[in-house]
Design a protein around this ligand. Structure first.
Ligand SMILES: C[S@@+](CC[C@H](N)C(=O)[O-])C[C@H]1O[C@@H](n2cnc3c(N)ncnc32)[C@H](O)[C@@H]1O
Length: 324
């Protein structure tokens, strides 16, 4: 029997301080060039988060523009609602998974849009809200749900899946070399008591990785945390489904940009776009160089942006334009 959600409440986790950091939109100059935004455009921001990209988009599409902003996370939508209050008439916010793109546009009363943006993963706002349980930095209940109304949390996966299932998640979604050991240590720890917090999980992972193999710049638990987050939110399935459907909801000449943060996400964008190009339904766009052929490489953040916002270091931006 799967137990849903961590039985811990926030105040039970010692020393937990709540603070929230504003999310800096990544590659915003490149995004607004890639999307070819003009006054009057209708834009679907599939991952509105705290509204950083949307605010910049709105400035480009007004007057007469319209923005539909989507997020699975209600708290982020509330944040965006306040941030974008001065554009109220032009903005429709929808709480949904972007994989339901048809329903989302239907709710907004729109058939097709001129531009779509997918800025994948989680925001700094979510990461730095300890009670969401995404971060290794704070000891908090093991949650990791992007949509707080969904049923399965990281607690459920970690404490109920078999060792093989855990190992396979860590291998596939975290590309973690020590997946077998980490899963074994997790199962042995939970036999004594459930693994209830990010801190407990993080120390188990540190113990599982053999000493001397811990030399990378990133925290040893980073890959496992990424894997669990992807599994809890079934992220890759959503991206695949949304991108597969996306062209059908785009006007001819309209553009789709995807910003990804790891190779699993980027591979889906790359392969889906390649397929569209092969079917002669779209062309690849590289805003900076004006290249629009099949070899177009993803764009990356400038050294200045990486210096200012280290999160942009792993960002890759891919764009297509609908042809027919
Ligand atoms: C990187 S943040 C976006 C930040 C945003 N561009 C900004 O400037 O504030 C990604 C957002 O996408 C949301 N998200 C991720 N997957 C989603 C999905 N399948 N459906 C809807 N929203 C999703 C997350 O909840 C998060 O708020």
């Amino acid at each position: 029997m799967v137990r849903l959600h961590s039985p811990l409440i926030l105040s039970e986790v010692e020393g937990l301080k709540t603070f929230k950091m504003e999310h800096k939109p990544v590659m915003s100059v490149e995004v607004s060039e890639s999307l070819n935004l003009r006054p009057g455009c209708v834009v679907l921001d599939c991952t509105i988060g705290t509204g950083g990209h949307s605010e910049l988009i709105l400035k480009k599409i007004m007057p007469k523009g319209r923005l539909i902003g989507v997020d699975r996370d209600k708290e982020s939508l509330d944040y965006s609602r306040q941030r974008l209050a001065s554009f109220t008439d032009a903005v429709t916010l929808v709480h949904n998974n972007f994989r339901n793109i048809g329903d989302i546009l239907n709710t907004a009363g729109v058939d097709k849009v001129d531009a779509m943006l997918f800025d994948l993963g989680i925001s700094s706002y979510q990461l730095d809200t300890p009670e969401r349980g995404f971060s290794i930095k704070n000891d908090a209940p093991l949650d990791m749900r992007m949509d707080q109304s969904s049923y399965i949390s990281a607690y459920d996966l970690v404490n109920n899946l078999t060792e093989d299932e855990i190992s396979s998640i860590i291998k596939t979604f975290g590309q973690e070399r020590w997946h077998n050991r980490i899963a074994r240590y997790m199962v042995s720890a939970r036999n004594a008591q459930p693994i209830a917090t990010t801190g407990q999980l993080s120390s188990i992972i540190i113990r599982a990785i053999p000493k001397g193999f811990n030399r990378s710049r990133i925290h040893p638990a980073t890959r496992t945390f990424q894997a669990l987050r992807i599994a809890v939110n079934r992220e890759l399935e959503s991206i695949e489904e949304a991108l597969r459907k996306s062209l059908d909801y785009l006007n001819i000449g309209g553009r789709i940009s995807v910003i990804s943060f790891h190779s699993l996400e980027d591979k889906i964008a790359k392969n889906t776009f390649k397929r569209f190009v092969k079917e002669a339904r779209a062309k690849l766009i590289q805003a900076k160089s004006g290249i629009s052929d099949i070899r177009a490489k993803p764009e990356i953040a400038s050294p200045e942006e990486i210096e200012d916002n280290p999160r942009s270091r792993s960002a890759k931006l891919r764009t297509i334009e609908r042809l027919e």
